[in-house]
Design a protein around this ligand. Structure first.
Ligand SMILES: NC(=O)c1ccc[n+]([C@@H]2O[C@H](COP(=O)([O-])OP(=O)(O)OC[C@H]3O[C@@H](n4cnc5c(N)ncnc54)[C@H](O)[C@@H]3O)[C@@H](O)[C@H]2O)c1
Ligand SMILES: [Zn+2]
Ligand SMILES: [Zn+2]
Length: 361
């Protein structure tokens, strides 16, 4: 019997989201039905609502979630009813060329549920990032369910499902920050602050937070920034160099996704240093850099998809660090809200008032 539940749907480009009855099928082979307990509001949900990702309206929004597995389909053995899981949007296939080379975090054939969730009139929904979790129950591929310690708070654990994992992983996995490094993070929203927390966890000696908003810089200190730069008032490249003996930082993480801040990241890094782009640009954006500087400054320019995470490796480990008090996931939860409050949460995100609003169900 299909399940009829309440969910947050974006029906057309730019229109406000609405609460709709969502019809969720019973799990088929390889699928899992999950009772959602928490789902964070990520900038990407707003991108979907604005038509910035694609035109496959209507969308079932939400993708940064934790919950309890209710039922699994035929052939599912890794998770079962009652398991506390974080949902991931990169269920690796194990068979593509990236997986076969032993680099599954780059998997090119990630899995999603085969069956579609619909509106009551049968209209198929496009679930955000193949999840769709601003809803009481959702249907995903079983590989999208990663079991973690059930003692963790769902609101905190769920954040690892997207932005916070992306930021932590940008520092730890992609940037390979290590003991004694100097790190600069440009853009201190949820993703940038997670990169700061990741750099601190990895033993960076100096962590410079750059943002245009003093409130964000204050929060960044709480996650481990040793120095802060308001780039509305001070040239960030000069400031990062001044704070690093005139050299620039070993690793610079761009967590906004804009050409001008990418260029700042490029020049704020030391010779042979690393730039990590974790912010997501829009299709119209371009950068222009002197090719001689790209060559002459050496090092590496990297992008970070989902923090190059491997959910089965990283989620349980990070939840353990959280439970031990070594990773402040609660600090990212600015407020908890209901399903009806998602539209208002977008407005607060737009005004810079929150790191994360988290829907509790
Ligand atoms: N790579 C991934 O897998 C992944 C995953 C999740 C989110 N993201 C992306 O990461 C980016 C950040 O997400 P978020 O949730 O932290 O967003 P956010 O809006 O909460 O944070 C952005 C921050 O950048 C600051 N900022 C804006 N313009 C600036 C400028 N010119 N100079 C300095 N600071 C500036 C803002 O004040 C804000 O603090 C987004 O592009 C999002 O789509 C990427
Ligand atoms: Zn693969
Ligand atoms: Zn997201």
């Amino acid at each position: 019997m299909p399940h009829e539940v309440r969910g947050v749907v974006a029906k057309s480009r730019g229109a406000k989201v609405s609460i709709e009855t969502v019809v969720v099928p019973d799990p088929g082979p390889g699928e899992a039905l999950v009772n959602i307990q928490s789902c964070g509001v990520c900038h990407t949900d707003l991108h979907y609502r604005e038509g910035g990702i694609n035109d496959d309206f209507p969308f079932l929004l939400g993708h940064e979630a934790a919950g309890i597995v209710e039922e699994v389909g035929v052939g599912v053995t890794d998770v079962g009813p009652g398991d506390f899981v974080i949902l991931n949007w990169r269920a690796v296939c194990g068979e593509c060329r990236a997986c076969l080379r032993g680099r599954p975090w780059y998997c090119f054939e990630t899995h999603n549920a085969t069956q579609k969730m619909t509106l009551q009139d049968g209209t198929e929904l496009s679930p955000a990032l193949g999840i769709g979790a601003f809803v009481e129950k959702t249907l995903v591929h079983a590989g999208q369910c990663t079991k973690v310690d059930p003692a963790a708070s769902p609101a905190a654990a769920g954040l690892l499902g997207c932005g916070i994992m992306a930021g932590l992983g940008a520092a730890i996995n992609t940037g390979a920050v290590t003991r004694g490094d100097s790190v600069a993070v440009i853009g201190c929203g949820g993703v940038g602050d997670a990169a700061i927390a990741g750099a601190a966890l990895a033993g960076a000696a100096k962590i410079i937070a750059v943002d245009v908003d003093d409130r964000k810089l204050e929060w960044a200190r709480g996650f481990g920034a040793t120095d802060v730069v308001n780039s509305r008032e001070t040239d960030p490249v000069e400031a990062v160099r001044a704070l690093t003996g005139g050299n620039g930082a070993d690793v610079v993480i761009e967590a906004i996704g804009r050409p001008e801040t990418y260029e700042q990241a490029f020049y704020a890094r030391d010779l042979a240093g690393t730039v990590v782009l974790v912010g997501v640009p829009t299709p119209d954006m371009k950068i222009e850099l002197p090719l001689l500087d790209v060559f002459g400054r050496g090092g590496s320019l990297k992008s970070s998809w989902y923090g190059d995470c491997l959910p089965s490796r990283d989620f349980p480990m990070l939840v353990d660090l959280y439970r031990q008090g070594r990773l402040d996931l609660d600090g990212f939860v600015t407020e908890t809200i209901g399903l009806d409050d998602v539209e208002e949460a977008f407005a607060k995100m737009h005004r810079g008032e929150v790191l994360r609003s988290v829907v509790l169900l």
